[in-house]
Design a protein around this ligand. Structure first.
Ligand code: TTP
Ligand code: MN
Ligand code: MN
Ligand code: MN
Length: 385
């Protein structure tokens, strides 16, 4: 039997949410090449082309073994002509000339440099590039024109582009729990994002907070932030109130649920984390062990800036929020696309709406959401689409 094909036809399903995609897969060189082109297309404003390369890469990530010949591509979905050519080059020569050229190009390199700044998206980076800016020093000169977020991003550029280790995420989890439980002992604090998908490193640490008694969670986040700040842990923070209108925000529905931006009370922050090598120097027994306070090791630079996202969800929306914040981004995109086109349903991080029945479908768990969608359950570690 041909790789990727069963007697029933192609084994690889069309939508990323219908597949199991583990973190480690057998086609890294190919997916790296395709994802570079996806990124480059996005930098050029070609969202459609970018998505096509991302989809092709995602299909290869779900394969059970390494792709060894071009023929194995024919039963696979989502592999366009251009992706096929890149795959052929990498299979035959080990590298793609086009990808190598992109990686060396001034625009790609500058766009990478700029979009790695916290608070800088593709649009801003393109504008700066077009204005002739090329280096972080160029941006420093325009310091006053930057947002507060971008200033913080620039200030902590090196730290924020050093991967967050799993052990650091665990330390921050204990700190967030200590902060939350002071005010609401029965609240739950869950690690989401890439770490929930099994990643050992991340660009940030994502948390979802809820309380079984709905409304108890209202006002919690500002208290948590104030406490963290009083302890010297906050280097930067930007909080937003919950702006979701129940039942069924009309704008959220009319937007088709396509956006990944939700309306939960949230805080995008940069925390000050003690470097773990210094753990032995800190007094044991405290819940905040391993995290540095302002007066402590900051001067000796024994700390590291880490991006932390805190999101608060009302209990009834928690499964939707958990599903939405676990990712991957591409898995989420595929879930929403599948819901809309195959099920005539609108899925977002707050709710699932059935357009035919004109009703919301409640869920008490992620499993129930997959059931509503008529999808086989995909555990978090298999959502690395
Ligand atoms: P990220 O933290 O950006 O990505 P990640 O955790 O998968 O990977 P890493 O941090 O290691 O780079 O986003 C996590 C999930 O949160 C992602 O699936 C998208 C979702 N998300 C929202 O639902 N709403 C938002 O406003 C944002 C910023 C993210
Ligand atoms: Mn093309
Ligand atoms: Mn994350
Ligand atoms: Mn995040």
């Amino acid at each position: 039997v041909h790789a990727g094909v069963t007697e029933d036809g192609p084994r690889v399903a069309l939508y990323g949410c219908q597949r199991r995609t583990p973190l480690a897969h057998s086609n890294q060189a190919l997916t790296d090449a395709l994802e570079t082109l996806a990124e480059e297309a996005g930098f050029g404003g070609s969202e459609g082309r970018s998505l096509a390369f991302t989809r092709a890469a995602s299909v290869l990530k779900s394969l059970p073994g390494p792709l060894t010949s071009l023929g194995e591509l024919s039963p696979l979905p989502c592999i366009g002509e251009h992706s096929r050519k890149v795959i052929q080059e990498v299979l035959e020569d080990g590298v793609s000339v086009e990808v190598e050229r992109v990686k060396l190009s001034e625009r790609y390199r500058t766009m990478k440099l700029f979009t790695k700044i916290f608070g800088v998206g593709v649009k801003t980076a393109i504008r700066w590039y077009q204005e002739g800016l090329r280096t972080l020093a160029d941006l420093q000169e325009r310091h006053t024109e930057l947002t507060r977020e971008q200033q913080a991003g620039l200030q902590h550029y090196t730290d924020l582009n050093t991967p967050v280790e799993r052990s650091e995420a665990d330390t921050i989890e204990r700190l967030v729990q200590e902060a939350v439980w002071q005010f609401l002992p029965d609240a739950s604090v869950m690690l989401t994002g890439g770490f929930r998908r099994g990643k050992q490193q991340g660009h940030d640490v994502d948390f979802l907070i809820t309380h079984p008694q709905e409304d108890k969670e209202v006002g919690l986040l500002s208290k948590v932030i104030r406490w963290l700040d009083s302890q010297g842990f906050i280097l930067y923070q930007h909080s937003q109130r919950n702006t979701y209108q129940l039942p069924g925000d009309p704008e959220l529905l009319s937007s088709g649920g396509g956006s990944s931006m939700d309306r939960f009370e949230r805080c995008f922050s940069i925390l000050r984390l003690a470097r773990l090598t210094q753990d032995k120097d800190l007094p044991p027994g405290s819940g905040a062990q391993g995290i540095c306070t302002q007066g402590g090791c900051g001067a000796a630079r024994g700390w590291k800036a880490v991006r932390v996202d805190l999101v608060v969800a009302p209990f009834s929306q928690f499964p939707f929020a958990l599903l939405g914040w676990t990712g991957s981004r591409h898995f989420e995109r595929e879930l929403r696309r599948f819901a809309k086109h195959k099920r005539k349903m609108i899925l977002n991080s707050h709710a699932l709406y059935d357009m035919a029945q004109q009703m919301f479908l409640p869920a008490a768990s992620e499993e129930e959401i997959f059931q509503h969608l008529g999808l086989e359950y995909v555990p978090p570690t298999e959502r690395n689409a």
